[in-house]
Design a protein around this ligand. Structure first.
Ligand code: SF4
Length: 293
C-alpha cells in the first residue's frame, strides 16, 4: 500500500501518486502510458487521468504494481473494483495478461492462454485469490511455462493448486527443481498441434520462448518491444552469453509470429512481415556490435 508521506516530488499534483518504494519496473508505464512516466530512478504520475479510460488504466496500474507504490489521495472503490475485475486482461483469442505482477520476478508480466487441451500460465503473477478464482472460472491451469529462472515467482503455488505441470529448461532448473517437465538441449519441442517450445539461450542459459498458433510469441526477457524507440529490443546487460543471445534472436527468423508478449518491456502486435523486418533489424544491430536496443 502506497504511503502519501513518501509521495515523490516528481508526481504532478492530484489524486494519483507514486511513492519512494517504486522499483522502476515499468509495469505502470505499460498499462497507463498517458499517466505514468519514468523520472530519474522511479516512475511518477506525469499527468493526472482526466478521462474514464485513463482513470481505469491508472487503477489497473495501481493493482498491477508489484510493490504497492501507487496510491490515491481519495480512492474510488467502484473504479478500483472495476479495474480488479478486468484482470486477467483479455488481449486476443483466449490470450490474457494476468496483472498483479510479482516483486519476486522484479515485476515481470505473466500471461494466460485458454486452450481446449488445457490452459497455460506463462510465468507467474502474485498468488492471489482474485486470480485463482478467475483461472478456475476459465477452466484452471494445465501447464505453467517458465521462460527462465528469474520469473518463477509464485509458479509453485499455482501449479500445486491446479495440479499443473511446470515446464522449465534444464539449464535454469535450479529455480524450479521439482518441475514436472524439464526441457533439454536446443531443439524446438512441439506440444500438441499449436504450441512450440523454442530454446533461446542468451539472457540466461535456460531461456525458452513459447510460440502459440504461430501468432503469439511469449518471450520472457529474451525480446520485448521498446515503445520509445518503436523497435524490438533485447537485453544489454545481465547476459549469460552475448553471441548465444544473438544466435537465439536470429533463430526466431525461422518462425512466423505477430505478437511479442514479454516478461519485461512492452508487448506489440505487428503484421508478420513487419515483425520479421523488426527481428532482422535487431539481429543486424547486434551483429554490428551496436547496443542491442
Ligand atoms: S509499477 Fe510500481 S514499482 Fe513498477 S514502475 Fe510503476 S510505480 Fe514503480
Amino acid at each position: 500500500m502506497a504511503d502519501r508521506n513518501k509521495r515523490l516530488d516528481s508526481n504532478v499534483p492530484g489524486n494519483f501518486y507514486v511513492d519512494a518504494t517504486c522499483i522502476n519496473c515499468d509495469t505502470c508505464r505499460q498499462l497507463a502510458p498517458l499517466s505514468f512516466e519514468e523520472v530519474g530512478d522511479y516512475s511518477a504520475v506525469s499527468r493526472q487521468p482526466d478521462r474514464d479510460l485513463h482513470t481505469h488504466q491508472a487503477y489497473q496500474a495501481l493493482l498491477a504494481c508489484p510493490v504497492g507504490s501507487i496510491g490515491t489521495e481519495h480512492s474510488d472503490k467502484a473504479r478500483l473494483q472495476t479495474a480488479m475485475a478486468s484482470f486477467p486482461l483479455r488481449i486476443e483469442n483466449g490470450v490474457s495478461y494476468c496483472g498483479f505482477n510479482s516483486e519476486k520476478s522484479f515485476g515481470a508480466n505473466s500471461f494466460f492462454v485458454e486452450h481446449p487441451d488445457g490452459n497455460w500460465l506463462i510465468d507467474s503473477p502474485r498468488y492471489i485469490k482474485h486470480l485463482v478464482e478467475a483461472f478456475e472460472r476459465r477452466g484452471g491451469i494445465a501447464h505453467v511455462f517458465l521462460t527462465h529462472k528469474d520469473d518463477v515467482a509464485d509458479a509453485d503455488k499455482y501449479a500445486a493448486h491446479f495440479g499443473a505441470k511446470r515446464i522449465i529448461h534444464q539449464a535454469d532448473s535450479d529455480a524450479a527443481p521439482t518441475a514436472e517437465w524439464v526441457i533439454g538441449g536446443e531443439e524446438t519441442v512441439q506440444v500438441g498441434a499449436e504450441f512450440q517450445i523454442i530454446p533461446v539461450p542468451g539472457h540466461t542459459a535456460g531461456c525458452i520462448a513459447l510460440l502459440y498458433r504461430e501468432r503469439f510469441l511469449f518471450t520472457g526477457d529474451h525480446l520485448w518491444w521498446d515503445s520509445h524507440g518503436k523497435s524490438l529490443a533485447a537485453p544489454t546487460r545481465l547476459i549469460w552469453r552475448r553471441w548465444t543471445l544473438i544466435e537465439s534472436i536470429r533463430k526466431l527468423l525461422d518462425y512466423p509470429f505477430e505478437w511479442v508478449l514479454a516478461g519485461h518491456g512492452d508487448r506489440v502486435h505487428l503484421a508478420s512481415t513487419d515483425m520479421r523486418a523488426q527481428l532482422r533489424a535487431l539481429v543486424e544491430r547486434c551483429e554490428k556490435g551496436r547496443v542491442l536496443r
